[in-house]
Write a protein that binds this ligand. Sequence first.
Ligand SMILES: *[C@@H]1O[C@H](CO)[C@@H](O)[C@H](O)[C@H]1NC(C)=O
Ligand SMILES: *[C@@H]1O[C@H](CO)[C@@H](O)[C@H](O)[C@H]1NC(C)=O
Ligand SMILES: *[C@@H]1O[C@H](CO)[C@@H](O)[C@H](O)[C@H]1NC(C)=O
Ligand SMILES: *[C@@H]1O[C@H](CO)[C@@H](O)[C@H](O)[C@H]1NC(C)=O
Length: 173
Amino acid sequence: MGLINRGVLLAAMALLFATAMLPEAAAVRYIVGGNKGWTQGVNYTIWAQDKKFYHDDWLFFVYDRNQMNVLEVNKTDYESCNTDHPLHNWTTGAGRDVVPLNVTKTFYFVSGKGYCYGGMKVAIHVEKGAPPPAVSAVKSNSPLSLPSALRSSVFIPAVFAAAAAWDSLLMLL
Ligand SMILES: *[C@@H]1O[C@H](CO)[C@@H](O)[C@H](O)[C@H]1NC(C)=O
Ligand SMILES: *[C@@H]1O[C@H](CO)[C@@H](O)[C@H](O)[C@H]1NC(C)=O
Ligand SMILES: *[C@@H]1O[C@H](CO)[C@@H](O)[C@H](O)[C@H]1NC(C)=O
Ligand SMILES: *[C@@H]1O[C@H](CO)[C@@H](O)[C@H](O)[C@H]1NC(C)=O
């Protein structure tokens, strides 16, 4: 009896822990430009090229609010740095803008105020669905974002924890 209770308790704790981890593990928040942020002198094409962006990931633009901004434009305007008719103005005024990648498409972001011409532009190709379970290596991401490899590795212990909790409950009956 004491043993079973202890098992139930441990399993329940594991389940709680795993459940708490899941929302965090489901989406990755990328700081655009990593520790350099959204600024001049960063090639964002290079920053983005080794990353996989999935539906429901997030972008976090961190920048000098007195200088830059964050505008979503279409492909034509991205290429020409035209900011006259943005699709979406993500600028909130704090220099800390969060963009949910909630559509499976290529997002095009530029900074207005002339900075796009200097290279402050990034195209983010968003893929649908979860990442493949087999991820060869943990890629270096910005410090605040969760490496994509963790997404799949966190989920599997959660499933086992749930199964263990269920088994323990059945033993009580
Ligand atoms: C982007 O918007 C501009 C102006 O609204 C338009 O002329 C252009 O055709 C659009 N490009 C695409 C790829 O939709
Ligand atoms: C974007 O929105 C911010 C905050 O509302 C505003 O100050 C700024 O003028 C807007 N920029 C453009 C290009 O629409
Ligand atoms: C994506 O998020 C933006 C900002 O929260 C929202 O305006 C838009 O409706 C969302 N789109 C979808 C397809 O959920
Ligand atoms: C960024 O680097 C890529 C690949 O080296 C290059 O093609 C592109 O022109 C660069 N972009 C800028 C804005 O310098």
